[in-house]
Design a protein around this ligand. Structure first.
Ligand SMILES: NC(=O)c1ccc[n+]([C@@H]2O[C@H](COP(=O)([O-])OP(=O)(O)OC[C@H]3O[C@@H](n4cnc5c(N)ncnc54)[C@H](O)[C@@H]3O)[C@@H](O)[C@H]2O)c1
Ligand SMILES: CC(C)[C@H](C(=O)O)[C@@H](O)C(=O)O
Ligand SMILES: [Mg+2]
Length: 351
């Protein structure tokens, strides 16, 4: 079993270090190799996703990814910016299904941005499409006839892209409470109308799953009003990006939300995937030892479960994280004072 480790930029290396300490403590015999990605790779090699990094990811059973993003790179041409590395990995590795679970941990109800009795009911899974949408359409700048500058981005989904993520959503719902909410903007966008039509077609293959549709603006409102109504939410790339950050604050902090990005490729032990926290490189706190590593530690647990066939070890990590939080070991993002390493130590002590 071999994993690729891509720590990236800002707090990426800080949170990845803690996840690796947890994996090491379990002594699972996982071989690993690290490579540069994002701004770190750009500064060293002139490209945010060097061919060697992509090759390493392709040759591994799974990828543990920290975060990318560097304010010093914000003025670069878009194809050289750190964010292109994660987009490039998702596309090149055909990781089209991004699972972002959001559940309130026992004891953290009062740390949510919502009222405790509202937050306590949260246990949902966002299934975000990751290979299409306005993210990967043609884009550009142009000058209009009146001489104004105009930026444009092409939004589209084709049938097969929607069909494969719809199947992922329905299968996820079958493994949970058999309810699926498809989120779109079909009242305005043709892209979303096609999305809705195809989801309805796929639903015929899953008569055991109750399907509902919701417009994305309403979904954002409902996630704050009564998040407990949601079980599995399937949605497009852009809406899923926004709704998952929103869901993180309903749970308490963006430092808690892990993710798995999966495709169709099977390894000897499970499904190949890339695992990363949903947050970014957090330049405002980078290098200060303040980042909450829980999301990355939980992402490592997802890696063990989905790609390496090590469900028991994943359970152990998740239980240790839950105990650490229940014992009140909280970072600044949750109103506590524990630093990155201290949180890692606390999880290790509870494994
Ligand atoms: N998958 C990724 O690599 C990814 C995801 C999101 C953003 N980004 C990039 O990261 C950079 C910063 O973006 P942003 O500020 O919009 O989003 P961000 O997620 O990096 O940070 C948003 C806010 O949340 C806080 N935060 C994030 N993670 C935290 C953690 N683990 N513990 C405590 N606090 C945490 C930050 O301090 C900041 O105040 C940008 O370059 C962006 O493109 C990368
Ligand atoms: C950094 C960016 C490209 C990325 C996205 O938009 O998908 C991030 O926000 C995420 O949620 O993983
Ligand atoms: Mg995001």
């Amino acid at each position: 079993m071999k994993i690729a480790v891509l720590p990236g930029d800002g707090i990426g290396p800080e949170v990845t270090r803690e996840a690796l300490r947890v994996l090491d403590a379990l002594d699972l015999g996982i071989e690993r190799e690290e490579a540069l990605v994002g701004g770190a790779a750009y500064h060293a090699t002139g490209h945010p996703l060097p061919p060697a990094t992509l090759a390493l990811a392709e040759a591994s059973d799974g990828v543990l990814f920290g975060a990318v993003g560097d304010p010093a790179c914000d003025a670069l041409e878009r194809h050289l910016r750190p964010e292109q590395a994660i987009l490039g990995l998702r596309k090149a590795l055909t990781l089209f299904a991004n699972l972002r679970p959001a559940k309130v941990f026992a004891g953290l109800e009062s740390h949510s941005a919502l009222r405790p009795e509202v937050a306590g009911a949260i246990d949902l899974l966002i299934v975000r499409e990751l290979n299409g949408d306005v993210y990967f359409g043609e884009k550009g700048f142009r000058t209009t006839a009146s001489g104004e500058r105009e930026g444009w981005d092409m939004m589209s989904y084709n049938e097969s892209e929607v069909r494969r993520i719809a199947h992922a959503g329905f299968r996820a719902a079958q493994g949970r409470s058999k309810r699926l909410c498809s989120v779109d903007k079909a009242n305005v966008l043709e892209t979303s109308q096609l999305w809705r039509d195809v989801v309805i077609e796929v639903a015929r293959e899953y008569p055991d799953v109750a399907l509902e549709h919701m417009y994305v603006d309403n979904a954002a409102m409902q996630l704050v009003k009564s998040p407990g109504q949601f079980d599995v939410v399937v949605t497009g790339n852009l809406f899923g990006d926004i709704l998952s950050d929103l869901a993180s604050m309903c749970v308490g902090s963006i430092g808690l939300l892990a993710s798995a990005s999966l495709g169709a490729r099977q390894t000897a032990h499970g499904t190949f995937g890339l695992y990363e926290p949903i947050h970014g490189s957090a330049p405002d706190i980078a290098g200060k030892g303040l980042a909450n590593p829980m999301a990355t530690i939980l992402s490592a647990a997802m890696l063990l479960r989905h790609s390496l066939g090590l469900a028991d070890a994943a359970d152990r990590i998740e239980a240790a994280v839950a105990r650490t939080l229940a014992d009140g070991v909280l970072g600044r993002d949750l109103g506590g004072s524990a630093g990155t390493t201290e949180i890692g130590d606390a999880v290790l002590a509870r494994l």
